[in-house]
Design a protein around this ligand. Structure first.
Ligand SMILES: [Ca+2]
Ligand SMILES: [Ca+2]
Ligand SMILES: [Ca+2]
Ligand SMILES: [Ca+2]
Length: 462
């Protein structure tokens, strides 16, 4: 009897072990399928040393502006801070604090809360600025142009929500910037900046890159277009990727496809264009792990699959940037753990290879890294906000130079600019407690990439 029970017990134990082995195999398979099966390279961890300083910048002001997202912009222009807001809630309708806030940069006082629409979901993410004119799309199927004083210049009706920031570039040849903006229904619009007239539009396909029929939302554009002239006709062209895993280069003049490039997974982040050794290169990140480096013809130069220290995918909602010393910097957000963090990936310009990235695991990073001087050093530093209560400062060689405690969690990319012309840079952080915080830093000048898309036209180009 006892012997029988023992063998029954051993049988159950054996079955349990077998079951768990199968489970592990399945989950590994899942991860590797998601991660695209490209070869792995060993990742170095950025070391936190005793040299890492704690910074405690004085708070100059804080102002309640509501919630922001990883697609939000914070900009400085003519003594004003401009920020789009999702208000009290990112999902409810008729939220009175949605809109665009125009704030006095010296005092933090709200000068204007621009919110023309009263009904529906009127969340605003990105805003583009030319002189004293604002351009933005809303979650209520419209693109607007307003003056800083709150007067509307024009509005344009789209087929769905606008999630990504508009970009500005003149495509009509009248030296006045026109608006390139993409919708969640998969349309890219080029609008005349003066009057909002449609110049051209482009409709994304509902099919996925591999030819599979997909659900409607996969044609969505969530990101902000990078604008740079890739066919040398003197007009900037439009670079944007969709959730259907297709990255497009559209002719700025006509909206026709110059080339398209297929990624393994959909795209949420915005691309950056930069001249690397005098060659135009396009850096894009797909949602699951892979960084792609393309040339102006859409040919792949290098690709790197980021992998969490304990294995598995990296979620890339942060937009990649090219740093002055030849690295790609990006944040990752997937696991809600130390498997998320900040990546620094060196580009070997001899052979265009991406090798041996440095990684700091700490918490989710959806914001885009910035490159500016906030510590008072000769060289600019790389600044990363995490989705916990921390900000990190890294050197180009991957040393964690400093950390700073924040008031609350942050998803949006901060702004670094001298917003009171005293020669010192301010750091503006929009936190998830609904406040915009303005800190005085120890740095001055030396701003290489000080805001989400690099400049107030949101060109995403250096
Ligand atoms: Ca809202
Ligand atoms: Ca124009
Ligand atoms: Ca062109
Ligand atoms: Ca200042």
């Amino acid at each position: 009897m006892f012997k029988q029970q023992k063998s029954k017990f051993l049988g159950i134990v054996f079955l349990l072990i077998l079951f768990s082995l199968i489970q592990t195999a399945i989950s590994k398979k899942k991860t590797s399928l998601l991660a695209n099966n490209s070869p792995k390279t060993e990742t170095k961890q950025i070391e936190k040393s005793s040299e890492t300083q704690q910074i405690n910048f004085p708070l100059k002001w804080r102002t309640k502006i509501g919630l922001t997202t990883f697609r939000s912009t914070i900009s400085y222009s003519n003594g004003k801070i401009i920020v789009g807001s999702n208000g009290e809630s990112r999902s409810t309708l008729n939220d009175s604090s949605d809109g665009v806030y125009v704030i006095d940069s010296k005092t933090g006082k709200i000068l204007r809360h621009i919110k023309n629409e009263v009904a529906g979901d009127t969340d605003i993410n990105g805003v583009a600025i030319h002189q004293n004119i604002l351009f933005f799309g809303s979650d209520n199927d419209r693109v607007f142009s307003y003056n800083f004083n709150g007067n509307q210049n024009w509005s344009f009706e789209t087929n769905s929500d606008i999630e990504g920031a508009p970009s500005l570039t003149d495509i009509t040849g009248d030296s006045f910037p026109d608006v390139i903006v993409a919708s969640e229904n998969g349309t890219v619009y080029a609008l005349d900046g003066k009057n909002g007239n449609l110049i051209w539009n482009f409709q994304n396909q509902m099919e996925q890159a591999e030819g599979k029929y997909e659900y409607l939302s996969s044609q969505a554009f969530m990101s902000s277009p990078a604008v740079v002239d890739i066919n040398n006709d003197g007009f900037r062209d439009v670079l944007i990727g969709g959730r259907n895993a297709i990255f497009y280069a559209l002719d700025g003049k006509t909206g026709s496809v110059i080339w398209q490039y297929h990624t393994g997974s959909g795209i949420h982040s915005s691309a950056m264009a930069a001249h690397i050794d005098r060659n135009l290169r396009i850096i894009l990140a797909e949602s699951y792990s892979d960084i792609h480096l393309l040339d102006a013809k859409g040919q792949l130069q290098a690709k790197y699959e980021l992998s969490a220290p304990s294995g598995g995918i990296q979620g890339l909602f942060s937009s990649p940037i090219y740093t002055p010393n030849g690295n790609i910097a990006i944040g990752s957000a997937w696991w809600d753990s130390q498997d998320d963090g900040f990546w620094l990936i060196p580009i070997n310009t001899q052979n265009n290879e991406l090798t041996s990235p440095l990684f700091t695991g700490e918490n989710r990073v959806s914001a885009t890294p910035l490159v500016a001087d906030i510590l008072g050093q000769k060289e600019p530093q790389i600044i990363i906000v995490l989705e916990n209560n921390k900000l990190m400062v890294s050197s180009e060689s991957g040393d964690l130079i400093a950390t700073m405690a924040k008031e609350a969690q942050v998803e949006a990319t901060p702004l670094i600019a001298d917003i009171d012309n005293d020669g010192k840079n301010e750091l503006l952080i929009a936190a998830n407690d609904g406040y915009l915080y303005c800190y005085e830093t120890n740095g001055g000048g030396s701003i290489y990439w000080g805001q989400f898309r690099g400049n107030n036209y949101n060109t995403g180009t250096f």
